[in-house]
Design a protein around this ligand. Structure first.
Ligand SMILES: O=C(O)[C@H](O)[C@@H](O)[C@H](O)[C@H](O)COP(=O)(O)O
Length: 233
């Protein structure tokens, strides 16, 4: 699958150093060419080391816009909040100067908050310069979960880029996710996964099969946006 470039590292720190430098170059080039840069990040445990490296990178963060690939519908003070994770681990140090656009809003549920979040997303320069995705052992990425009733709507490539309320059958919290059209409204997608079990899921996802079974296939099988996979054991 020549469209996807794989990068394997001996450990997560080596990956974080390399990927941080890669993203820095992308953001600097965007600022140089268009006067602004945009980065979409995912939550979860995997990106913490990367965020700790990235926040210290020397670039004009005041010209960088950052948003989320998905959000759990909890208060932003809740430990499960992706916004909380990003504010505490990425938007500090030099990167504190970046502009952050969160997805959580006062709506009582993501279904009621989706339109607001979609409008908020338009404040982030797009096509997004870098979209950083994670993956679960069930093959979800962002909050595109297998078995979710809203998965078909979220994967509809004819839909306008935006946010979709989506609930997982297994993961906690109601969620809001960028739909596939929004994720592909980008110049580069990077899938950052760590651990042997995720590497095995990724190998399955690379093989042909239904996207609904392993929704990460929706970004692995597309040929619109260059894609890299960064992996460490
Ligand atoms: O809100 C989230 O949880 C993330 O956006 C989600 O897509 C994450 O990337 C995967 O669930 C992997 O999470 P871990 O890095 O914790 O394994």
């Amino acid at each position: 699958m020549s469209w996807v470039h794989e990068h394997r590292f001996p450990d997560s720190l080596a990956l974080a150093h390399a990927l941080s430098g890669e993203i820095k170059v992308d953001l600097e080039e965007a600022i140089q060419e268009r006067g602004a840069a945009s980065l979409v990040v995912s939550g979860g445990r995997t990106p913490t080391k990367l965020f700790e490296q990235l926040r210290a990178e020397k670039l004009d963060w005041s010209k960088v816009w950052i948003t989320l690939a998905d959000e759990r519908w909890v208060e932003t003070a809740n430990p499960a909040s992706n916004e909380k994770l990003v504010r505490e681990t990425l938007l500090t140090g030099p990167a504190a100067a970046a502009h952050f656009v969160g997805l959580k809003n006062p709506a009582p549920a993501p279904e009621a908050g989706a339109d607001w979040a979609t409008r908020a997303l338009t404040r982030v320069p797009h096509p997004f310069d870098v979209v950083l995705l994670g993956m679960g052992d069930d093959g979800h990425t962002a909050s595109l979960f297998p078995g979710s009733l809203a998965l078909g709507k979220a994967l509809d490539r004819s839909a306008q880029p935006g946010c979709v309320a989506i609930n997982s059958l297994t993961a906690p919290h109601a969620r809001l996710s960028l739909n596939l059209s929004a994720l592909l409204d980008s110049r580069r997608i990077i899938l950052h996964i760590e651990g042997e079990s995720k590497w095995q899921v990724y190998q399955r996802a690379k093989a042909a099969g239904p996207v609904a079974e392993l929704p990460v296939r929706s970004v692995l099988q597309q040929k619109e946006v260059p894609m890299d996979v960064y992996w460490a054991p």
